[in-house]
Write a protein that binds this ligand. Structure first.
Ligand code: 13P
Ligand code: SF4
Length: 313
């Protein structure tokens, strides 16, 4: 009993200290939908990559505490060079973002003359600096459609997102063979099993899943797209084809609905690295900071700005 109360009190104390320091340092706390529940619950905004980028570009806070992975904090630094961007655990990365380098992309540009490069926001700042326009899972179709139909497109780094764009646009798209290790492992068999266990449920999938899995989906959505869709849907049951951290905001926003993971093993270990203690330490020391060097930032910003200028659905 004492320990249960102790844990609760400790959590409460940590939360209060974090909120006080956020206020004192004029900081905002942004969290991705895959973060641990206790991190999501203390955030000023918990959202998908697109919404987090928009918020970072608009906030008047002096410090941004980014609870997500490295490319997300870099994107905030690209958009807000005068703000301090903190990533409470500096080695929280995205394995997919590391599957292509700026040098790889420069070589591709030499191979395919006059190509338009679309990079998923899950890329390093160096790769964004070699990119024409970025996209996220929420706006990939609108971004691809914004390109002149006569031009050849090259998409990086996610082959599954690219194949989804090929399926849903009439653009000429070549792509890099990268993938998200968490989403790419979801199989047709696992989805079929989940469907037979929950025959009334709709299947919502993230576009990072393989094409054969997306074929079984009732809807393909970004993480925040899934939350909005479930909220507006008449259905009460959903099978969720993305990282299981999303189950927390889904259930919180829809307490009367039921959400079942397509595969309970879909866990992004990098997205779980940040806890309340790491946030507190980051706020106390105002580090670890993520700062994109000026020369890279200025080139990368064009690609992010062009994406943000496109109205989303
Ligand atoms: P969203 O932009 O849909 O939240 O996805 C980010 C991500 O990393 C998915 O794996
Ligand atoms: Fe990267 Fe996949 Fe983790 Fe998203 S879930 S951060 S794409 S490794």
């Amino acid at each position: 009993m004492a320990s249960t109360t102790g844990i609760t009190d400790e959590l409460k104390h940590l939360r209060e200290k974090i909120r006080t320091l956020l206020h004192e340092t004029k900081a905002i706390l942004l969290a991705h939908n895959y973060q641990r529940p206790e991190v999501q619950d203390i955030a000023d905004l918990c959202a998908d990559s697109l919404e987090l980028s928009i918020k970072a570009s608009q906030t008047d806070a002096e410090v941004i505490v980014f609870c997500g992975v490295h490319f997300m904090a870099e994107t905030a630094s690209i958009l807000c060079p005068d703000k301090k961007v903190l990533l409470p655990v500096s080695d929280a990365g995205c394995p997919m973002a590391d599957m292509i380098t700026a040098n790889d992309l420069r070589k591709k540009r030499e191979e395919i003359p006059d190509v338009v490069v679309i990079s998923y926001v899950n890329t390093t700042a160096e790769v964004k600096a070699e990119t024409d326009i970025c996209c996220t899972s929420a706006n990939v179709i609108q971004v691809a459609n914004s390109v002149d139909p006569s031009r050849q497109i090259f998409m990086t780094p996610d082959k599954n997102l690219a194949q989804y764009a090929i399926e849903h646009t009439d653009r000429n798209i070549m792509y890099w063979e990268g993938f998200c290790p968490v989403h790419n492992n979801l199989t047709v068999e696992q989805v079929r099993e989940a469907k037979s266990a929950h025959p009334e449920a709709l299947f919502l999938a993230h576009p990072e899943c393989p094409p054969e899995v997306l074929e079984l989906a009732d809807e393909v959505k970004s993480t925040s797209g899934m939350i909005a869709y479930a909220g507006n849907s008449e259905s009460r049951e959903f099978i969720i084809g993305t990282e299981i951290g999303i189950l927390h905001p889904l259930s919180k926003a829809n307490p009367d609905k039921f959400f079942f993971p397509a595969d309970p093993g879909m866990i992004c270990s990098d997205m779980k690295k940040i806890g309340l203690r790491e946030i507190l330490t980051a706020l106390e020391n105002l580090q670890p900071e993520v700062k994109v060097p000026k020369e890279i930032r200025e080139r990368a910003k064009g690609a992010v700005d062009r994406m943000l200028a496109i109205p989303s659905e």
